[in-house]
Design a protein around this ligand. Structure first.
Ligand SMILES: *Cc1c(COP(=O)(O)O)cnc(C)c1O
Length: 402
């Protein structure tokens, strides 16, 4: 992304600012579909929680993507964006039965990851087909904060409980039309991922009425310079072949589904902040920006690395900085990072700001959430206005007399 374009956007829309380049989203989407061209029926369901602005959802609709949702509110956003309920899957964890019921009645595919819910749903709605989320107990990648496939994870129904699932299905006469897994984020080792898919195929074999197999997500994208991404082409070649063989044995052309979030949007996003202060202490030079973990929590919550670039001072020599926020808590974006020399009012750009950034933002310290801009064919659209003081007061009782 061109520095001058980003600087111009900050001038126009203010700081801090999220910018999403839909060219990147489109090419990531295409690289997934290109990797699976030999599979007859492929459906990519974008995971809404990664970045949920309704205009981004509309862009995914244009790409012919479906949606993966985890709350009834995400489902409603999707329907409001114009999605057919048939192109939405609901994969909740720990939500109430009433919420699942309501989403099912909207015509959305339900994915159940709990035996007691499965049984209750089967008793009440034996005619509504459901997908089951399996836990294959394979750590596909990442650290324990982002891996959800291990033995004591709260997600999915253990493969050791498949006999129990079958008993529920037989007793209720319910219909299982899909099997699903999602083993966590940051898959690098394709063979490990493929081992998990074998377990899913073993499970799939045991159900006679499937329409699809959903392999979840967890695809990795580069964050640091020199980082590797999941080799989607290699995965596509290997999994497509295996999937087509499976369909032949199964006797039916099933749909292969994925539900990526990070892979599709992470690299499309730029978070732009302005430097409020430079503070030299005895050991460190701090660059303090007009944001904090209220807007951008990944470095503090997951220890994630986000590349930081000084847009205002290109080509000058690099120095070591700790980049910190303005929240009254430790909110360190980066420690001892080499960045082109920073002076006050410079604009710093955080890369990979598309996934799990704005969608995790809060109003902590009573700060406004940033504005969001989307670039479509390089043309900027303001897709969310910066909040105002009215938003901070919203829903608070203002006239209480005590
Ligand atoms: C979060 C989530 C995803 C997306 O994961 P990424 O790592 O962003 O690709 C997909 N499926 C489910 C069920 C999820 O909870």
């Amino acid at each position: 992304m061109n520095r001058d374009t980003l600087l111009q956007l900050v001038k126009e829309y203010g700081s801090p600012l999220y910018v999403y380049d839909t060219n990147v989203i489109e090419s990531q989407y295409k690289s997934m579909t290109d990797a699976f061209t030999t599979v007859k029926r492929l459906q990519i369901n974008y995971a809404v929680k990664a970045m949920s602005n309704i205009n981004i959802l509309k862009f995914f609709k244009k790409l012919k993507s479906g949606l993966d949702t985890v709350s009834i509110q995400e489902v409603r956003l999707g329907l409001q964006a114009g999605f057919d309920p048939k192109d939405v899957i609901f994969t909740p964890n720990g939500v109430s039965f009433e919420e699942i019921e309501m989403v099912a009645k909207m015509g959305v595919q339900i994915n159940i990851d709990n035996l007691s819910i499965l049984e209750l749903f089967g008793q009440r709605y034996p005619k509504i087909p459901v997908c089951i989320r399996i836990n294959p107990h394979i750590m596909a990648g990442g650290n324990s904060k982002i891996s959800v496939g291990h033995i004591d994870s709260k997600f999915g129904i253990s493969i050791y409980q498949v006999p129990h699932i079958k008993r529920i299905v037989d007793n209720t006469g319910m219909l299982i039309n899909g099997v699903h897994m999602h083993t966590g984020s940051d898959i690098l080792d394709i063979d490990t991922f493929l081992r998990a898919t074998e377990i899913l195929f073993d499970t799939a074999e045991q159900f006679d009425n499937l329409d699809f197999i959903d392999f979840g997500s967890g695809f990795k994208v580069p964050y640091r310079p020199g980082d590797k991404a999941t080799n989607i082409k290699e995965l596509g070649q290997k999994l497509s072949k295996r999937f087509n063989e499976f369909c032949k044995d199964y006797g039916k052309e099933l749909t292969l589904r994925f539900e990526p979030g990070k892979f599709l949007v992470s690299e499309s996003g730029y978070f732009l902040t302005s430097v409020n202060v430079i503070k030299q202490t005895t050991s460190t030079v701090f660059a303090g920006v007009d944001s904090g973990f209220n807007h951008f929590v990944r470095p503090m919550m997951y220890n994630s690395y986000h590349h930081i670039e000084n847009l205002s001072n290109p080509g000058v020599k690099e120095r070591y900085y700790s980049v910190v926020g303005y929240i009254c808590e430790a909110d360190t974006f980066a420690s001892n990072r080499r960045i082109e020399e920073i002076t006050e009012d410079d604009v710093l750009c955080f890369h990979n700001a598309g996934a799990y950034c704005f969608s995790m933002a809060s109003n902590y310290n009573s700060r406004y959430k940033p504005a969001e801009v989307m670039l479509v064919k390089d043309k900027p659209y303001l897709i969310r206005e910066r909040e105002t003081f009215g938003d901070i007061l919203k829903n608070q009782e203002l006239d209480l007399d005590f």
